[in-house]
Design a protein around this ligand. Structure first.
Ligand code: C5P
Length: 299
């Protein structure tokens, strides 16, 4: 293994949006056959891996509640998947910024980022497509998209087929509308009815925000989503649901419009935050020796 004394690796774990999400059927493994466009956001968690005793430190806002069991944490599981049987003399720190169970893929992104950090730590060769696809089963359906480290992609199957797309540039400003509650993905899929599945695949285009077949199921579970969508329209936005929700997003072409929409929503009592689409995936930074203290506070 590479000598890592004094070296720290850092990587952002971006949130995602589903610009479109079509459910095409049910698979033999119980999962659903999906197809749609996924894009990365500037909003991100931050992970660091440093030499030390094996462990996981989670640092987040007061509203971040994650399972206390380390082995249930996707970041930890991603790191372990990369290390395999190798001894893990490293401490992973996870700084949460992405809301949990919001449809923004935070846990999956943490898992993929930790997996990328772990592979770099053990000096693994670049991952093959098959290894990335295998993460859908090992860590979760959204993980291959994040592990592929591309800003936008057409994702299909259970989530394991990732075809990179040209990054969208038309409407790069995003307003995320916080529903104020969580919605577990499994609950939304369980509430989905076959009549709500799509008959055809969505366009392979990262410039279009299309339909989300999970919206009717999410609305059935949480009817207050209709009031939220109405409030967004009244404030001048066009609401789209990301993933299984409950976060809605609006795309706009400039920062001023995004800020105006956030302000109008705030005036209506709705919490919204501006962010942007990414044009590039996050890259691993290696921080050596004396710079470590500038960049990091020891927990
Ligand atoms: O793979 P992951 O654990 O993220 O999926 C969470 C839940 O979402 C699954 O338990 C399943 O109920 C549902 N799901 C599905 N089909 C997919 C992805 C997720 O039914 N392609």
């Amino acid at each position: 293994m590479t000598d890592r004394r004094g070296t720290l690796l850092a990587l952002e774990a971006p949130a995602k949006l589903n610009l479109s999400l079509a459910v095409l059927g049910r698979r033999a493994d119980g999962y659903h056959e999906l197809a749609g466009v996924m894009v990365l956001l500037e909003l991100a968690d931050r992970l660091t891996l440093r030499p030390g005793d094996e462990g996981l430190t989670i640092d987040g806002g007061s509203d971040v509640e994650l399972p206390p069991d380390r082995d249930a944490n996707l970041a930890w599981r991603g790191l372990r998947a990369a290390f395999g049987d190798a001894e893990l003399e490293a401490r992973l720190t996870l700084e949460k910024s992405i809301p949990v169970a919001a449809g923004l893929g935070g846990g999956s992104s943490d898992g993929a980022a930790a997996w990328r950090l772990g592979r770099r730590w053990v000096a693994a060769p670049p991952a093959e497509a098959g290894e990335i696809a295998g993460l859908a089963g090992r860590l979760g359906a959204d993980v291959p998209f994040f592990a592929a480290a591309v800003p936008s992609a057409y994702v299909s199957g259970r989530g394991e087929r990732v075809e990179p797309l040209a990054a969208a540039t038309a409407r790069p400003h995003v307003v995320l509308v916080d529903a104020g509650f969580r919605l577990p993905t499994a609950d939304v899929f369980a509430a989905l009815r076959p009549a709500e599945w799509s008959r055809q695949e969505p366009p392979r285009d990262a410039a279009v925000a299309g339909a989300n077949d999970l919206l009717p199921a999410a609305r059935r579970l949480r009817p207050e989503l209709d009031d939220l969508a109405a409030a967004i329209r009244t404030a001048g936005g066009e609401p789209h649901l990301t993933g299984s929700g409950p976060t809605f997003f609006c795309l706009t072409d400039d920062a001023e419009r995004a800020a105006d929409l956030v302000a109008r929503l705030a005036a209506a009592g709705v919490r919204a935050t501006p962010t942007r689409l990414r044009t590039q995936a996050a890259t691993i930074r290696s921080i050596a020796g004396e710079r470590e203290h500038d960049a990091e506070e020891e927990p």
